[in-house]
Design a protein around this ligand. Sequence first.
Ligand code: AMP
Ligand code: MG
Length: 344
Amino acid sequence: MTTKLLSAQKPEDLSLAAELLRRGGLVALPTETVYGLGANGLDEAAVAKIFAAKGRPQDNPLILHISQPDEMTRFCRSIPQTAWLLAEHFWPGPLTMVLPVKDTVPKRTTAGLDTVAVRCPETAATRQIIRLAGVPIAAPSANLSGKPSTTTAGHVLHDMDGKIDAIVDGGPCRVGVESTIVDLTGRRPRLLRPGGITPEMLQGLLGQLDIDKAVVAQISDDTVVHAPGMKYKHYAPAADVVIVSGSREDAAAYIRRHWQAPNAVLCFEEELPLYGGLNPTAYGRQAEPETLSAGLFAALRKLDDSAIGTIFARCPEGGGIAYAVQNRLRKSAGFHIVDAARTP
Ligand code: AMP
Ligand code: MG
């Protein structure tokens, strides 16, 4: 199949994208988080194509994207006050809520769970496409399973050319990491994946928030997890990623001791002068963590070269959006972290 390139700026392209989706096709859509690989979330056959195109494990459920908050009532069995409160504050935006599912949603979309993940994305063109399609759009990130997510139409074309009907180009994604996921089906709200809506923003509004263990540690394959996607190897280039923690100077000294061609260095812009001769790649400014989230996946993709043995990576600390960047980078490293000051 030939993958059509459409523009988020052209109304006729939005109509065509909606038509392709209504007819059971696969269309990659721009969102403020990452590009999504969309299909009609109520059409089992269309949803099956998403899993095939990505090579995605069948037990990893999809997020249902809606064009406005009240559409939740069509797909969720019960909606607590907390969900309406979060929707009011953070939708449209980079927040996904897990709620009890109605049987209007096929098992393929939810991977057989009795819950469904829903999100109303910020990108207006994509909400317009969902509205025109008249159906909720199931969409995981538009990358080959296990690879870094896509944050430009070019990334999507690289992974999906010839496998999907169309890509709607809306430019680079503003946030750059996938949505925050909060599970609202338990006694207390639980963070399943950090993202653009930060733990502090959620705590500020809800007063309480549990952090799922899959956020902070490697989960083995046989563990029951709340967000099934969290147990898979994720966001990973072909090379091994090693996070080097510690001060700028200690990290640079460690990396210089261990670097050998053709290794790579992934660092903050402020640190570039420390890595002369090692061909470093910067993914953003440490002082502006939102540039790190916007640049992380593009940098990991640039370094996705089978010739590179090891990528030595610098990782931000702390809360806010840095917490999400740290989570993705740790997962891409399989939680392999060395302390530069204490490791020879
Ligand atoms: P992706 O869009 O590729 O980031 O994948 C969607 C993420 O949402 C995966 O990590 C899924 O495990 C998670 N997810 C989707 N539906 C549910 C659900 N019903 N309960 C918990 N997590 C979910
Ligand atoms: Mg993904």
